[in-house]
Design a protein. Structure first.
Length: 258
């Protein structure tokens, strides 16, 4: 794989909370256009790794290079989103009192140029811009098949649909790199199948690179190009799904015997 195809490089990242090591000297790469899974037992450091990439945590040591130039450990959280990185959360983080449409429109703020004084002076430009953003959001609503809940208050929606709205909000940022933290947790079989289909469509039709944390190993092995395995904050394996399934260290630490 040429260096030009590497979208994100995690280099020797360590993260500590007081005397507790959440991540220890973790390194791996994410290639443009792949679905990259991060797996491991509870407490392995998976979400901590996503939090370092998205700027919520600042590792004590190491680098996280995006497009081989931006070190995300030195970039403010709001700028990381503007670089083309979006994420969903293990615990849904939506505006529960707003509608589906309003939640998705709120995510468009980083792409909005007309604001404040300029909106008053150039009302026509601002109005046209809002129409453009609305078109992007409506396309996402159709893509995720949530037109029937466009005007529904998010807090009143079933759990599976709220997860879908959160995915839509991440897509509204038009990310180059999409970070998904357990997008199928708490879903029934049908909802999981729908979410898996949407992830594959996002990858194929929207050319997004996807990082996936998920405990459903059957699904991970089916849709991932490569898998990195963490255990107690340490990388214990990295490779194609078939390699990971047959890795003795991974079987002992996480997958268990067949």
């Amino acid at each position: 794989m040429s260096s030009n195809s590497i979208l994100l490089s995690v280099k020797n990242v360590s993260l500590n909370f007081g005397g507790t090591a959440a991540l220890t000297d973790v390194s791996f790469g994410i290639n443009k256009g792949e679905i990259r899974a991060i797996i491991g037992p509870n407490g392995a450091g998976k979400t901590s790794m996503l939090n370092c990439i998205s700027g919520f945590y600042r590792p004590q040591t190491g680098q996280i290079l995006f497009n081989q130039k931006e070190d995300l450990t030195q970039v403010s959280t709001h700028k990381i989103a503007s670089l083309g990185i979006a994420r969903t959360f293990q615990n849904i983080a939506l505006y529960t009192g707003l509608s589906t449409l309003d939640n998705l429109m709120a995510a468009r703020h980083i792409h909005m140029k007309q604001g404040g004084l300029s909106s008053m002076l150039y009302w026509g430009l601002a109005q046209r811009e809002e129409v453009d953003h609305r078109a992007v959001v409506e396309e996402i609503i159709d893509f995720l098949e949530i037109a029937h809940i466009r005007k529904a208050i998010v807090g009143a929606l079933p759990y599976g649909l709220r997860k879908r709205v959160e995915l839509g909000r991440a897509l509204a940022l038009e990310p180059e790199l999409l970070l998904l933290d357990e997008p199928m947790a708490g879903m029934n079989v049908e909802e999981k199948e729908d979410m898996a289909r949407f992830i594959l469509d996002i990858h194929e039709r929207r050319n997004a690179t996807v990082v996936l944390i998920e405990h459903d190993m059957g699904l991970v092995m089916d849709i991932s190009d490569r898998v990195v395995v963490l255990d107690f904050g340490v990388k214990i394996a990295d490779g194609a799904p078939d390699q990971i399934k047959n890795d003795e260290t991974v079987i002992h630490a996480y997958l268990g015997q067949a």
